[in-house]
Each structure stands twice: as structure tokens, then as C-alpha cells.
Write a protein that binds this ligand. Structure first.
Ligand code: UD1
Length: 417
């Protein structure tokens, strides 16, 4: 079931429920390591990265079970911080186990984390911040060894508001001795969710949601029962799928308060978005209108993870759009397959493209090269005339619990084959 087959041209209609957030669930699951008590994490999406995180937790000695509505984790028996294998090298967010394990065990040996190939994705900010907190890093046969005889609070100024680095520092700081101040912290909703989870466990964190986080460390944390928020990127993907096809949908449980920049773009494209207690109603125009400029930015700006989907929609818009990707290089790998479908896209450099809307795309055979770019190709397939086949969809399934079933519920002719 590694491929997706789509017969395009259906305007999406109906309702679909939005899954729990991948990027919130992963660091929260890492956070369950910080206490000897049991935590219950609800609304985790059933996706490969979450299964990978569960395997890592188990390999560290945690007792983990997936029950009806959540994952139960007990980390009372963990004694060593050694991690290796595919779950580390294939998943960027395995990196947040570094901060959590340093907090819990004081020593970690791990392989370099992997993840989607969407740029260089260095880890220098993680390492320099943790070094400031007393961690000594050495490299050993291509692996990282981290030692913290005494983890201390520190004043950390992040030069880039890195989501992963902010999460790693938080996870270490709640266990460190003394106070930690993070300036230039990422403000993404997933960082906020981690802060609230840690607070539920008894951590003291002030400034939640701002770029200045203050943590009072060295508390004895306890277990928590916590609900992962809905996935704003999945909601945004289906929102753009509706816009792309001239659809009329209800995205149940969509976290619209976290989606302001996305809703602004969708509205400029001609969609009407109405927030209600049950979710987000989207009524799209027949053909999307172009937005003149689209620029990705850290939250609350337009998310880099939805840039490829917006690009796909714009290929058939009325007009021209200049897209600037400010977070990652390599986010334009979808340009080539979209061109094969008839799109008119000019690549200016690694960070900028100009999209000129064409009347229609036609179906094609394509390969998903990464998670969000792969989802963008699904959108292009929904818009195109005729049949599209997307191969190597394992990347897409890393972030979407059931993209084919969800879109079928909205009337799309899409199957995994
Ligand atoms: C997280 C998300 C990813 C999202 C990204 C930006 C997870 C699992 N992934 O990735 O989906 O696209 O935030 O919203 O939550 N950087 C450095 N040095 C570092 C770390 C980062 O230079 O040590 C740079 C990166 O190259 C990038 C920028 O900082 O240009 C932002 O990256 P970051 O926020 O760290 O992304 P991730 O946490 O990897």
C-alpha cells in the first residue's frame, strides 16, 4: 500500500474529523520520561512517527500501552539513556528525547536524528543551549554522547526561534537546578502544548505562548492525563484541498484559533471560512484566486509545513503569486512533479518561486519525496483532470493517519494501492 491513486476533478463536500497533532504528541511523549508516575496522553495520532516514539520509549525501559483513547506511559524503570536504530535516524523529533533523558538520567548516547529531507536541519542550537546548562558533548563513532553531572538552569538566547531547540531546553530545564530563561523561544502551538503538559505534571513555567519562557527547575514531577490538541497542519491540508477543488466542507475539531495566517490566505484565495464550536466550515469559490505574495514565517506567520499545499492550490489560481520560503531550503521539491502536471512555476532561487496560475492540471505519475510535499501532490491530484499515481507514500503516512479515507469521506476518488 505504498502508492496513492487519485481520479481528480471532484469538489470536496461533507465533513471530516481532524486527528491529533503529530508535532505536539511527540515532545509530550518524550516528556513522560521526566516522571516515575504514569501519564495518559489522549488524542495521539496513529502514525509511523508516534509508533517510532513508542518503540524508543520501550527500548529505554518504559512501559507503554496504547489503549482506546490514549497512550499510557510509565517510565519508573528507565535506567539508561542509550538510543539507536531507525526510530532515531529516521525521525527528527527523536532529538527531544535528548533533553528529557538528560533531565532524567544525566547521560545519553544517541545516533544523529534524521527526519524529512527539507533542508540542512542542523542541531547546533540544541547542543549549544544544553552545553550552557552544563552538558558536555563528545562524538563517539558517529554517535553523540552527552553527559550532565549536574544540569543547571541558564540564560539562553536563541538566535533562531527553533521549535525543536525550545522543546529540548524546556524538557531539560524543568529538571535542572535553578532557573532557566529562554529568550527568542519558538511560540508555535506545539511548544505551548508541551508547556501545558509539563505544567500539568507540576512544572513551573511562565510566559507560555511568548518568546520569553521562564522555567523554575528541580521540581518532582508527577504523571498527568493530557489531551493532545488537533493537528493544525492536517486541518490546513484539508482546508487547501477544499479550496483547490471548489469544495464545501466542515473540518471537525480544526484548531482554527491557531490558524489565523492560514485562514487569511484561504480567504484571499476566495474561500469563506467560518469558525463554529464543532469546527471550521470552508466554502470555496469555483476557481482559487491568486494571492500576490506568500511568505512563510515562524508562528503566528504562515507555516512552512503548509507552503507546499498552498503552492499546489496556486498552480490553478487566477493570477500570479510569488512564494518565499524563509524557514527551510529544499521545500520546493514539489515544483518538478507539479510542472509535469502542467503547472507554470519559475524557480528564482532556493527560497523563492513565482507561480502563474494555469486553467487546469492533468494527472501524472509522481513520487512523494517528503511528508508535506507528498501531501501537496495529493492535493494536485485532486485538482487534476484524469488519473494520478503517487508512489513512495510512506512519507505521507508519517504525518497523516488516514489521508485517503479522510478525503474519501469528503467525496474524493482516492485509494491507496
Ligand atoms: C519543527 C517541526 C516541523 C516544522 C518546523 C518549523 C516537529 C517534529 N517538526 O521542526 O514540522 O516545519 O518546526 O515550524 O515539530 N535550526 C538551526 N539550528 C538548530 C535547529 C534549527 O539552524 O539547531 C534552523 C533550521 O535549519 C530552520 C529553523 O532553525 O531553518 C527552524 O527549525 P526548527 O524550528 O528547529 O524546526 P524543527 O524543530 O526541526
Amino acid at each position: 500500500m505504498d502508492s496513492i491513486q487519485i481520479h481528480g476533478g471532484v469538489a470536496l463536500q461533507g465533513k471530516v474529523r481532524i486527528q491529533g497533532s503529530k508535532n505536539a504528541a511527540l515532545p509530550i511523549l518524550a516528556g513522560t520520561l521526566l516522571t516515575k508516575e504514569t501519564s495518559y496522553i489522549r488524542n495521539c495520532p496513529k502514525i509511523a512517527d508516534v509508533y517510532g516514539m513508542i518503540n524508543l520509549l520501550k527500548s529505554l525501559g518504559c512501559h507503554v500501552s496504547w489503549e482506546e483513547s490514549g497512550i499510557r506511559v510509565n517510565a519508573k524503570d528507565i535506567c539508561r539513556g542509550e538510543m539507536q536504530g531507525e526510530a532515531i535516524t529516521g525521525m527528527r523529533s527523536s532529538l527531544c528525547l535528548l533533553g528529557a533523558l538528560l533531565g532524567r538520567c544525566g547521560e545519553v548516547v544517541m545516533e544523529y536524528p534524521g527526519g524529512c529531507v527539507i533542508g540542512e536541519r542542523p542541531i547546533d542550537l540544541h547542543l549549544s543551549a544544553l552545553s550552557k546548562m552544563g552538558v558536555v558533548f563528545t562524538e563517539e563513532q558517529g554517535r553523540i554522547r552527552a553527559n550532565a553531572r549536574k544540569l543547571c538552569g541558564a540564560h539562553i538566547k536563541l538566535s533562531v526561534a527553533s521549535v525543536g531547540a525550545t522543546e529540548n531546553i524546556l524538557l531539560a530545564a524543568v529538571m535542572a537546578q535553578g532557573e532557566t530563561l529562554i529568550e527568542g523561544a519558538a511560540r508555535e502551538p506545539e511548544v505551548v502544548a508541551l508547556c501545558y503538559f509539563l505544567r500539568c505534571c507540576g512544572a513551573v513555567i511562565e510566559g507560555i505562548g511568548s518568546s520569553r519562557l521562564h522555567i523554575t527547575g528541580n521540581r518532582l514531577l508527577h504523571g498527568a492525563d493530557f489531551m493532545v490538541p488537533s493537528d493544525r497542519i492536517v486541518a490546513g491540508t484539508y482546508l487547501f484541498a477544499a479550496v483547490a477543488t471548489g469544495g464545501n466542507v466542515l473540518l471537525e475539531a480544526a484548531p482554527y484559533t491557531q490558524m489565523e495566517a492560514v485562514l487569511n490566505v484561504a480567504e484571499k484565495m476566495g474561500a469563506q471560512c467560518i469558525a463554529a464550536s464543532e469546527g471550521l466550515y470552508v466554502q470555496a469559490g469555483e476557481r482559487p484566486m491568486a494571492v500576490s505574495q506568500l511568505r512563510t514565517a515562524p508562528y503566528p506567520g504562515f507555516p512552512t509545513d503548509l507552503q507546499s499545499m498552498a503552492l499546489a492550490v496556486l498552480t490553478t489560481s487566477e493570477g500570479q503569486c510569488r512564494i518565499e520560503e524563509t524557514i527551510f531550503e529544499n521545500r520546493f521539491r514539489v515544483v518538478e512533479p507539479l510542472r509535469e502536471m502542467g503547472a507554470d512555476i519559475q524557480v528564482c532561487d532556493a527560497h523563492r518561486v513565482i507561480v502563474k496560475g494555469v486553467e487546469k492540471l492533468h494527472g501524472a505519475a509522481m513520487e512523494a519525496k517528503e511528508l508535506r510535499g507528498g501531501a501537496a501532490l495529493v492535493l494536485a491530484g485532486l485538482m487534476a483532470e484524469g488519473e494520478s499515481i503517487i508512489t513512495d507514500c510512506k512519507y505521507i503516512y508519517r504525518g497523516y493517519e488516514n489521508i485517503c479515507k479522510d478525503l474519501r469521506e469528503l467525496g474524493a476518488r482516492i485509494v491507496s494501492v
